[in-house]
Design a protein around this ligand. Structure first.
Ligand SMILES: *Cc1c(COP(=O)(O)O)cnc(C)c1O
Length: 801
């Protein structure tokens, strides 16, 4: 089917007719997408079956990665690339006068995640399969992924996302492997052979139906599985009100919660979490039992990883099954569970730490709550033995306290490994946020700096740069991204610099065309493309970027002789629908864009562009075109960041705080190849402790700050004067929690350096190439190898012979 372009063409045309019931001439682009997608999935299926058989026959240890989000992005292009059939397909289609990229655009971008956390999970799946590691994802098949963002009069409006409207060619429904999930009801205790046994009775039951999606490794025969669960009513339901039962059941997998690093303490969210966990653990146990019988050895054959605390109920759910269903003793079950589960912490922001009120938790999940209580009691007894009389410490570390279940504590106590996602983040966990847990369990804590798949963010997103690197250093780096370092041997060649400059320009042109089409703004290709794309959040400080642009505007207006290197400021960001402040910042960016882009003189040197509906497919067009990467979070608040790595890999220079993985990027490339500024994490944490920061002082003592902050409320923008008052208040009345004004001067200074540095063209592109050459360290292949070796203890499985 894909052996050469002629057989591909023949097969494609035949398939198009049989699948769509139309001739070639009448078929739509969607028909063609559908046909090609089905052909590719069929091509994958034999490898998929073979992989599963290989895992079974080799009885390898398996890892299951549980995540409430998987931000996959479109799959057709990536699958074609990984299967090494992209060229055949592209050329075959070309001879039929069809553009592959047009067909790719037809695929909906499955946005089953909010941002970094979900995208990390997607990159990890890609790396697991490519490294031939037996690892599978478990998630939720949300009917509606993250909302589609529309901008109306500068305001964000959310529309329901509909990725399943035209079906999903990649999934296979497996109704035979459905499992039952129990909510509500009560627990009945009885004595049995002298011991207590527990039964969850009068429960409302819901069916979890798996939809499996293939995860294709790059240039290998491994195809792993992403299993997404769908909630469906049971056929023979004893319930009286069948309609409300159906509605309630389907609601479980209807929507992805649109919050990024914020704990939505809603009961439906708790239901989603238990639904994912219970379905996944039951499925893991069922597949274990097909091959083996002794569940006391589960941890030798299975590792279960929880991506943040959302799936932390994996701990009590595994305990429940081992004890209530499989008949293990508590101690046996605990030994197995705590050695099977491992946990990644993603944030130290207090508002993101999940805590469930007992009054919500206990009625919905009575048996799970009971098990958590028992885990808590035993844990507190251990603490008491080690720290007798230290009530304060025990209260602080308990899993249940003050009417709340603390999911992070549950995850730590029930796991064999707890990792942070960048060196600084892991250190803050050990030395501050989770210090008491680190003192109690020092061996559990470790760091695994995040990474990104260079297959999506370089090979797929930037074929022009990929070709240039291949021409320069060969192809070894494609399999071993650390080999990108070889680029350094070619830096002295002006031809490399020139070719890279040409690639960058080409990608800027592609993005500029998109901006012209979508925003109606014409941007200057010689300007610096200065980009901040990420979720909108106060700690990420899009506001600092905005204030810098306002400052530049003021300078340009006040002084006709003031000259700067022209810049195009590009933003992309979704705000959580209930996050008032974040939505205001979106409006502010639009008001600023209006002001700047409409000014006849200022708009010649700066432009402001907000790209609507930031998501993976849009991101793939943005990173390759960036000159400057804005990574300006308040130091200590961004756990790692992964956007920073995507920019680096595409040769943008970072303007960043010493936060998250920015620090490790700097260690790799050297201070001279990154623009850092602002408070350090220690400075911030000290201020937070001693409370000595006064934003008002910076307002009063820096005229530039006073001017831009005043402009938020003095009618400078054409909106009502009250429109941005809450933003001004956050800076002055609320004492600027994220130190925007504190870092303002330092940011202005570093941005001036950026503008000057860009004018030394050779030096700039050399720095960009140095960034690329060191970006191999930030491949998720490196990250996943470390998880495999240190945490999961799994090894690759190859096809023999
Ligand atoms: C990489 C990525 C993110 C994470 O970006 P950060 O800058 O690390 O916050 C969010 N959304 C999308 C679509 C991404 O591709």
């Amino acid at each position: 089917m894909f052996s050469n372009k002629d057989s591909f063409k023949e097969c494609f045309l035949k398939r198009l007719e049989s699948m769509c019931g139309k001739g070639f001439e009448e078929s739509t682009t969607r028909d063609k997408y559908h046909t090609l997608g089905n052909m590719v999935r069929e091509y994958i299926s034999s490898k998929w079956i073979e992989t599963n058989e290989r895992y079974r026959s080799e009885s390898q240890k398996q890892v299951y990665y549980l995540s409430i989000e998987f931000l996959l992005g479109r799959l057709l292009g990536q699958n074609l690339l990984n299967l090494q059939i992209k060229d055949i397909v592209e050329e075959g289609l070309k001879e039929l006068n069809i553009s592959l990229s047009e067909i790719e655009e037809c695929e909906s971008d499955p946005a089953l995640g909010n941002g970094g956390l979900g995208r990390l999970a997607a990159c990890f799946l890609d790396s697991l399969a490519t490294l031939n590691l037996p690892g599978h994802g478990y998630g939720i098949r949300y009917k509606h992924g993250l909302f589609d963002q529309k901008i109306v009069d500068g305001y964000q409006v959310e529309l329901p996302e509909q990725w399943l409207r035209h079906g999903n060619v990649w999934e296979v429904r497996k109704p035979d492997e459905s499992v039952e999930i129990s909510f509500w009801g009560r627990v009945e205790a009885s004595t049995h052979n002298g011991g207590l046994t527990f039964k969850h009775v009068d429960a409302q039951k819901v069916l979890a139906v798996p939809y499996d999606m293939p995860v294709v490794g790059f240039e290998v025969s491994t195809v792993n599985t992403l299993r997404l669960w769908n909630a469906e009513p049971e056929t023979f339901s004893p319930h009286q009100d069948i309609l409300s039962y159906k509605r309630e059941t389907e609601a479980i997998t209807d929507f992805l919660y649109p919050d990024d690093t914020y704990d939505e303490g809603k009961i439906l969210r708790l239901k989603q979490q238990y639904f994912l966990v219970s379905a996944s653990i039951q499925s893991i146990i069922a597949s274990f039992k097909k091959e083996r019988s002794n569940l006391r050895e589960l941890h030798q054959h299975v590792a279960i990883h929880i991506n943040d605390t959302h799936p932390a109920m994996a701990v009590p759910e595994l305990m429940r099954i081992l004890i209530d269903v499989e008949g293990l003793s508590w101690d046996e079950a605990w030994e197995v569970t705590s050695q099977t589960v491992s946990y990644t912490n993603h944030t130290i922001l207090a508002e993101a730490l999940e805590k469930w009120p007992i009054h919500l938790f206990k009625p919905l999940l009575p048996r799970i709550y009971m098990i958590i209580e028992e885990i808590n009691e035993r844990f507190c007894a251990e603490l008491w033995a080690k720290y007798p009389g230290d009530w304060h410490r025990i209260e602080h570390m308990a899993i249940i306290a003050h009417g709340l279940v603390k999911m992070a504590h549950l995850a730590i106590v029930g796991s064999s490994s707890i990792n942070g996602v960048a060196k600084i983040h892991s250190n803050i966990l050990k030395n501050r946020e989770m210090k008491s847990f680190y003192e109690f369990y020092p061996w559990k804590f470790n760091n695994k700096t995040n990474g990104i798949s260079h297959r999506r963010w370089l090979l797929k997103a930037n074929p022009e740069l990929t070709a240039l690197i291949k021409n320069t250093i060969g192809e070894e780096w494609v399999r071993s991204p650390e080999k990108l370092i070889d680029l350094k041997n070619h830096l002295h060649q002006s031809s490399l610099i020139e070719q890279f400059a040409a690639v960058k320009r080409k990608r800027k042109e592609i993005l500029a065309n998109k901006i012209a089409e979508k925003n109606g703004i014409i941007v200057d290709l010689d300007s610096i493309f200065d980009v901040q794309v990420k979720r909108l959040h106060a700690y990420k400080r899009q506001l600092l970027n905005v204030l810098h642009i306002m400052y530049l505007y003021n300078r340009l207006k006040e002084d006709v002789n003031y000259t700067i290197q022209p810049r195009t400021f590009i933003f992309g960001a979704k705000a959580s629908p209930t996050y008032y402040y974040a939505k205001k910042i979106i409006k502010l960016i639009h008001s600023l864009a209006e002001k700047v882009n409409k000014d006849p003189r200022v708009s010649k040197v700066i432009k402001v562009v907000f790209m609507e509906n930031y998501r993976v497919s849009l991101a793939e067009g943005i990173f390759p075109a960036a000159d400057v990467s804005e990574q300006i979070s308040t130091a200590s608040k961004e756990a790692s960041g992964t956007g920073n790595m995507k920019f680096m890999m595409n040769g943008a220079l970072t303007v960043g705080t010493l936060d998250g993985a920015n620090i490790e990027m700097m260690e790799e490339i050297g201070k001279e190849n990154i623009f850092t500024f602002g408070l350090t994490a220690n400075d911030v944490l000290k201020y937070e402790e001693n409370g000595r920061y006064r934003s008002m002082e910076y307002y009063h003592h820096d005229q530039r700050i006073r001017q831009v902050v005043d402009q938020l409320t003095n009618g400078f923008f054409s909106e009502d004067e009250g429109e941005f008052e809450s933003i001004a208040d956050s800076l002055l009345v609320q004492n600027d929690q994220y130190f925007v004004l504190r870092d303002f001067a330092s940011y202005i200074d570093v941005q001036e350096k950026v503008g000057l540095a860009y004018q030394d063209r050779n030096d700039w592109y050399e720095k960009a190439l140095i960034n690329i050459s060191h970006s191999g360290l930030f491949s998720s292949d490196r990250t996943i190898s470390q998880y495999a070796d240190d945490i999961w203890k799994i090894s690759p499985s190859y096809v023999k012979g």
